[in-house]
Write a protein that binds this ligand. Structure first.
Ligand code: SF4
Ligand code: SF4
Length: 295
């Protein structure tokens, strides 16, 4: 069983909910966890990870380089680069490595052969560890300016599947990135279930609707958790959306200052403040996940 937790909008508490949900499920179920936000991974921080057992570089991005000895300074590459990644510096055309997307347009349009090369460079790293809670965690980190974050997430899931096979683990939980970009698509593709986390605000509703379109594209069943459920009592949009689309609501978590405090302690809130109202609500949600999804 693969479960993806997604939100569309960032900042709604998806990773804090994920960390606590995993913490509650870990004793009953063998899990492998994937942090699929390669741009800004933070699940390892919430789970108190201090070191990685294995790290591997991913080479996959391409960057253009201009051979200054052959360049005749015509400026065509500068005019045609779709990402404005070529600059004129002291009379020479040079590539900004951080913004170059490796699309190859400059190489195609350059009138002097073998002047522009596209070289493979590091996209980022994939790493794995065993958390102090006993389950394996796979995480990735994209280097600044590098594309291919979807490929990185696909690689993470491959690592997770290998661990599942080696150790006989039944369940993978994937903490997806925010948005609806390639990382989210790579997370949702091939999963069994998606749990959406949203807060009762128009912005969160708008973004959860967008990510739900991705879920529908892959024809996956979806469930909803409403976080900070009491911050906007007059707002019924999330409930109407869930009813309209037939999305079961797994539960509601009230706003609770124990949650941000637990983040400063680098602990899931159910571990740091097990008696808090947010923890009690999440216990009910964990039971619903067991009954509805892991049954
Ligand atoms: S590879 Fe593409 S993005 Fe990079 S410099 Fe050439 S045209 Fe610009
Ligand atoms: S198109 Fe080729 S020759 Fe012209 S400025 Fe660019 S690298 Fe130099």
């Amino acid at each position: 069983m693969q479960i993806v937790i997604a939100s569309g909008k960032g900042g709604v508490g998806k990773s804090t909910v994920t960390a606590s949900l995993i913490y509650l499920l870990r004793d009953k179920y063998d899990l492998v966890v994937v942090d699929a936000d390669a741009d800004a991974p933070n699940l390892h921080l919430l789970l108190g990870v201090e070191k990685w057992e294995e790290e591997k570089e991913l080479i996959g991005a391409r960057v253009a380089t201009i051979n200054q000895d052959r360049c005749v300074g015509c400026g065509i590459c500068y005019e045609r680069c779709p990402y404005e990644s070529i600059k004129l510096v002291e009379g020479r055309y040079v590539v900004n490595e951080l913004t170059c997307e490796g699309c190859g347009v400059c190489k195609l349009v350059c009138p002097v052969s073998d002047t522009i090369t596209l070289d493979e460079v590091r996209s980022g790293v994939i790493r794995k560890t065993t958390t102090k809670h006993g389950f394996p965690l796979i995480s990735a980190q994209l280097d600044v300016g590098r594309p291919n974050s979807g490929k990185l997430v696909t690689k993470e899931k491959e690592w997770a599947k290998r661990i599942m096979e080696e150790r006989g683990i039944d369940h993978m939980i994937v903490d997806s990135a925010a948005g609806i970009g390639c990382q989210v698509i790579a997370s949702i593709s091939g999963t069994d279930v998606v749990i959406l986390v949203a807060e009762p605000t128009p912005a969160s509703l708008s973004d959860v609707k967008r990510v739900y379109k991705v879920v529908q594209h892959f024809k996956e069943p979806a469930y909803l958790i409403i976080n900070k459920a009491d911050i906007n009592p007059g707002f019924k949009g999330l409930y109407e959306f869930a009813e309209q689309e037939g999305i079961p609501i797994l539960g509601e978590i009230p706003y609770d200052r124990a949650v941000p405090y637990s983040m400063t302690m680098l602990k899931p809130f159910v571990e740091a403040f097990p008696k808090s109202k947010a923890s009690k609500a999440l216990e009910e949600i964990a039971k619903a996940v067991e009954d509805e999804i892991l049954k």
